[in-house]
Ligand binder design. Structure first.
Ligand code: NAP
Length: 257
C-alpha cells in the first residue's frame, strides 16, 4: 500500500455485511474514506459490519432490485451526493451439475451476480465521480476456467468479466476506470449459503489447499488489498483488467488444459 491513498472517498460496497465485502468496507474506512455504504439483505450482518467503524453506513437493500438501487442512491445522496468507488461484491453461488440445475436458483444467481450490477451501476452513474471514479467487480477464476458442477456460477462470472472489459471502454472517455479482482478459494459464508454443510466446506478447503501451488487457500484481506490498489492513484493507467489472486491455482489449470 502506498502512503498516497486519497482521503475522503465516498465508497459503495455491495454485500458489505460479510466476507470479502466486509473486509473491503473496513479497509476503505481505515484508509480514510468519508463514507462507505454497505448493502445486503440481512440487517444484523450489516449492523455488525457498521459497528466496526463510524464511516461504514449500512443500507438494507436487495442488489437485484431497482428499489435496492434506489435505496443506495438515496444513501449516497445523504453522504456527499457523489460516489468515488463502487465495488460490486455481492454474489451468490449455486452448485449443480447439468441435469440438476434448478432454474429458479440459476435465475436468482444471474439476477444478483450480473443484472444487479447493471441496475446499480445505471442508477449510480450520474453520481460517479467523472473523471476519477472507479468501479471494481469481484469476479472469480471460474469466469475464465471451465468449472464442472458450478456452470451457472461460472457463466455469471464470465458475464461479469465481459462487463468489466466492456464498461472499461464505455466509461474511459468519462475518466472512470473499471477493473475486477478474481480470487481463488477464500473461506467465507458463500459456501454455506449455497447449501453446503460446514463439514463439507472444511473438506472442500482441505482438498483445495492441496491443489494450490503456494499451498494455502486465501483470506478476505488477500483480495481487499488488491481492490484498494486498483483504486489508488498509482493505478490510474489501469482499466479493463481482471487480476487473479489464488496462490497460483490458475497456472495449474492452464497447464492441465
Ligand atoms: N469466497 C470465495 O472463495 C470466492 C471466490 C471467488 C469469488 N468470490 C466472490 O466474492 C464475492 C463475495 O463473496 P464472499 O466470499 O465474501 O461471500 P459472502 O460472505 O457470502 O458474501 C456475499 C455477500 O453478498 C450479499 N448478497 C447476496 N445476495 C444479495 C442480494 N440479493 N442483495 C444484496 N446483497 C446480497 C450477502 O449478504 P446478504 O445475504 O445479507 O444479502 C453477502 O454479504 C462474491 O461475488 C463471490 O462470488 C468468492
Amino acid at each position: 500500500m502506498t502512503d498516497q491513498f486519497p482521503a475522503g472517498l465516498r465508497v459503495v460496497v455491495t454485500g458489505g455485511g460479510t466476507g470479502i465485502g466486509r473486509t473491503t468496507a473496513l479497509t476503505f474506512a481505515r484508509l480514510g474514506a468519508a463514507s462507505v455504504i454497505i448493502t445486503g439483505r440481512r440487517a444484523e450482518r450489516l449492523a455488525e459490519a457498521a459497528a466496526l467503524h463510524p464511516a461504514i453506513v449500512p443500507v438494507r437493500a436487495d442488489v437485484a432490485t431497482e428499489e435496492g438501487a434506489e435505496a443506495v442512491a438515496a444513501a449516497a445522496g445523504e453522504h456527499g451526493g457523489a460516489v468515488d468507488v463502487l465495488v460490486h461484491n455481492a454474489g451468490i453461488h449455486h452448485i449443480a451439475p447439468l441435469g440438476e440445475i434448478d432454474l429458479k436458483a440459476a435465475r436468482d444467481l444471474f439476477d444478483v451476480n450480473v443484472l444487479g450490477t447493471v441496475v446499480l451501476t445505471d442508477r449510480l452513474l450520474p453520481l460517479l465521480r467523472s473523471p476519477g471514479g472507479n468501479i471494481v467487480f469481484v469476479t472469480s477464476p471460474a469466469g475464465h476456467n471451465p468449472t464442472p458442477t458450478v456452470s451457472m456460477y461460472a457463466a455469471s462470472k464470465a458475464a461479469v468479466n465481459s462487463l468489466t472489459r466492456t464498461w472499461a471502454l464505455e466509461l474511459a472517455p468519462r475518466g472512470i476506470r473499471v477493473n475486477a479482482v478474481a480470487p481463488g478459494w477464500v473461506r467465507t459464508e458463500v459456501y454455506e449459503s449455497s447449501g453446503m454443510t460446514t463439514e463439507q466446506v472444511d473438506g472442500l478447503f482441505e482438498q483445495a489447499a492441496k491443489g494450490v501451488p503456494l499451498g494455502a487457500t486465501g483470506v478476505p484481506d488477500d483480495v481487499t488489498l488488491w481492490i484498494t490498489r486498483l483504486v489508488e492513484p498509482s493505478s490510474s493507467w489501469v482499466t479493463g483488467q481482471i487480476i487473479t489472486m489464488d496462490g497460483g491455482a490458475d497456472l495449474v489449470r492452464a497447464r492441465q488444459v
